[in-house]
Design a protein around this ligand. Structure first.
Ligand code: AHR
Length: 662
């Protein structure tokens, strides 16, 4: 009885303590008349890498896999029937393979081939698809007929084909032919089938199928929904072509931008290191066609309003995969690598009378792309890196002092190698240092003050070039990871004088073709889905403001430090809209009340309007899915405001952006 009484008291005490804790109000003071560091237009951007089938099979709208028969197994992705031979003296010297179709030798037999696409070919009923092919009749009378079909091989119907067109090959010379297919069904996993439909021998090369309705209607275009998802982020900077693929598993397979420009038919194939990097998720058919190449990256940057940021090899192969000294380019033999960097600047910015400016113009863009940044090296480490970076920096400074050079602090967010490289980057006087952190929850919870004490007087600025919260035991997309990213990003924003750009990574993943997660945007062959992390990035980017405003609680920045009840916050002023924008992450599992006091407003000034955009999830470890893509989305509400302060409620485990107008 006695002990029950004591328990009752204890419970009452605990309840009242909880109540006190719940009702405790925090006070954020925002100094509205002290606009601080300018927030760079480049502050929130995107990082593109061809990982997880992000290019071929993803953003690049080509639907045919191995269209030039250049995979090491020349018919990978194809299924042939009848008489089909692979030849290698085709019209495109860097992609010499093609197929020869000959009559099957019996009137009832068929010759032709099917392409399986990337995890199938996704097409929509009623939409138009442009089939194109380079072809010739090698000898004799021309006038060979091909029948082109989209087929559903799983169909129980009489007819597998649901789109059919005939095409006549009219010449003995190689020529490009095209027809438009209009499916009568929507299929996620169709096949492309080509029949030889007359008794001729025909050669086929660069067999291609694109939706007509690509992003901005470009023929060699991008998947509209995926490019739109990028545009909707309003990114300030666009880093490409990636991280490790820049370096290559060996130097021969590094990304060479010159191979990715000019006519698509003649861009040589490269392997993707992501086909074999994780043998537990092996994709032997993963190659880079370079159909989505540097010209397309520059154009996309322009179309979505982002500064292009290409990254080039510094002459080191991926050190994770190959750190034998012989694997790397000797320091005294870097000239062609350095020339690649100089030529790239000419390709982007040079006049049409320069060799590389002319290539750009011939591809359709006589005006310069206005390149301002270049990265040299990805996640390099050790003395091998600065010794190679130096001659690049010297050559770039001499020829292009207007271009900002970005170096790297290696793959890790801290430690001996990190400190060493930062020292070296200062010595080399690069403009920005690319820091990477794929880290667990604890990192994101404890590093919001990371940049508060970075050297502001001199030295390079920071490009947080790859980051994402990788949950311990939960290394996939979920709301909790996105919340911690949001919390951490208050520290990037508060330190916008030091941090000039930040790009979450990786960007894209095909649900059937991923090697690495979490990622920002997921898709299958027809649908795409924006994750909670995507919305965090978007909330920052769309509300980045123009200047940092000091925000404190009890005189200290709100960084989730001890005693701050899991709160993180930052504030900015947005000059064009004269708004004060406050971002708050409540990482605790308690609701919190916050008084936001706007200090420095004139005596007669009052808040006249306010909005709040919230991101939260009933299930912390859930995220959007392709079937339910809008479970976790920002929800906007109007705030009722007056005077010079505002009381707001933060739900447990939630992120919110408050946009306040005087
Ligand atoms: O984003 C995936 C990989 O992570 C990048 O290629 C590399 O830079 C980093 O290790």
């Amino acid at each position: 009885m006695k002990s029950m009484k004591r328990r009752g008291w204890m419970l009452a005490l605990m309840a009242s303590a909880t109540l006190t804790m719940q009702s405790q109000t925090h006070e954020f003071v925002v100094q509205t008349k002290k606009p601080g560091a300018e927030i760079q237009p480049t502050m929130y951007g995107i990082f593109f890498e061809d990982i997880n089938f992000a290019a071929d099979g993803g953003l690049y709208a080509e639907l045919v896999k191995n269209r030039s028969f250049e995979f090491p197994q020349a018919l990978m992705g194809w299924n042939t029937f009848g008489r089909v031979d692979v030849k290698d003296d085709g019209p495109f010297e860097r992609n010499p393979h093609y197929v020869r179709l000959s009559p099957a030798g019996h009137p009832a037999k068929q010759t032709g081939l099917d392409n399986e696409g990337f995890f199938g070919i996704g097409v929509r009923e009623g939409e138009e698809y442009r089939f194109s092919v380079w072809a010739r009749v090698p000898e004799g009378d021309a006038g060979a007929r091909l029948r082109i079909e989209l087929v559903n091989t799983a169909s129980m119907g009489e007819n597998q084909a649901f789109a059919t067109q005939e095409l006549t090959v009219t010449s003995n010379e190689w020529k490009k032919y095209q027809v438009i297919l209009k499916p009568t069904e929507t299929q996620e996993k169709a096949k492309l089938r080509i029949f030889l439909a007359s008794p001729h021998t025909v050669d086929l090369e660069h067999v291609s199928l694109f939706p007509v309705d690509t992003w901005k209607g470009h023929e060699n275009g991008m998947r509209k929904d995926l490019a739109q998802a990028l545009a909707d982020l309003k990114p300030g900077v666009f880093r490409f072509p990636g991280g490790c693929i820049v370096e290559g598993a060996d130097l021969a397979t590094r990304y060479q931008w010159k191979n990715s420009v000019g006519p698509v038919e003649n861009r040589p194939l490269n392997e993707s290191r992501w086909q074999y990097s994780f043998p537990n998720r092996l994709f032997p058919d993963y190659y880079q066609s370079y159909g989505l190449g540097f010209y397309e990256f520059f154009l996309l940057s322009e179309e979505i309003g982002a500064e292009p940021l290409p990254v080039l090899s510094c002459g080191l192969a991926c050190q994770f995969q190959n750190n034998d000294p012989g694997a790397h380019q000797p320091v005294d033999q870097l000239d062609s690598y350095i020339q690649d960097a100089l030529d790239l600047i000419e390709f982007a910015n040079g006049g049409t009378d320069t060799p590389w400016g002319k290539v750009r113009a011939e591809m359709g863009h006589p005006a310069p792309f206005g390149l301002k940044f270049i990265g040299i090296g990805n996640e390099q480490w050790g003395e091998e890196y600065p010794v190679r970076l130096r001659p690049f920096v010297e050559a770039l400074r001499k020829a292009h002092p207007e271009i900002q050079v970005i170096g790297s602090s290696g793959p890790y967010a801290e430690g001996k190698d990190f400190d060493y490289l930062w020292g070296q980057m200062r010595e080399l006087e690069v403009d920005l240092v690319d820091e990477h952190y794929y880290c667990p929850e604890t990192f994101f919870l404890t590093q919001a003050a990371r940049y508060d004490n970075y050297d502001r007087k001199k030295g390079p600025k920071v490009f947080a070039g790859e980051y994402a919260c990788h949950g311990v035991g939960r290394k996939w997309n979920h709301f909790n990871a996105s919340l911690l990213e949001a919390a951490f990003m208050t520290g990037l924003e508060r330190n916008a004088d030091v941090v000039r750009m930040a790009t979450y990574a990786p960007l894209f993943a095909h649900v059937e073709g991923w090697q690495w997660r979490p990622d920002l945007i997921w898709y299958d062959n027809l649908r795409s889905m924006r994750t909670a992390s995507y919305y965090v990035q978007q909330l920052y980017s769309l509300n980045k403001g123009t200047n940092v405003l000091p925000l404190t609680m009890d005189g200290k920045p709100v960084t989730g430090a001890e005693g701050q009840d899991g709160l993180f916050a930052s504030a900015v002023y947005d000059e064009p809209t004269d708004a004060v924008i406050v971002k708050v992450a409540n990482t605790s599992d308690r609701a919190q009340t916050i008084d936001i006091l706007l200090k420095g407003m004139g005596r007669k000034e009052q808040l006249v309007s306010g909005r709040c955009i919230r991101l939260q999830s009933a299930d912390l470890y859930a995220d959007n899915t392709l079937d339910e893509p809008e479970t976790i989305v920002p929800r906007e509400e109007t705030l009722s405001v007056s005077g010079q302060s505002l009381q707001v409620e933060m739900a447990p485990k939630s992120f919110a952006v408050f946009i306040l107008n005087k």
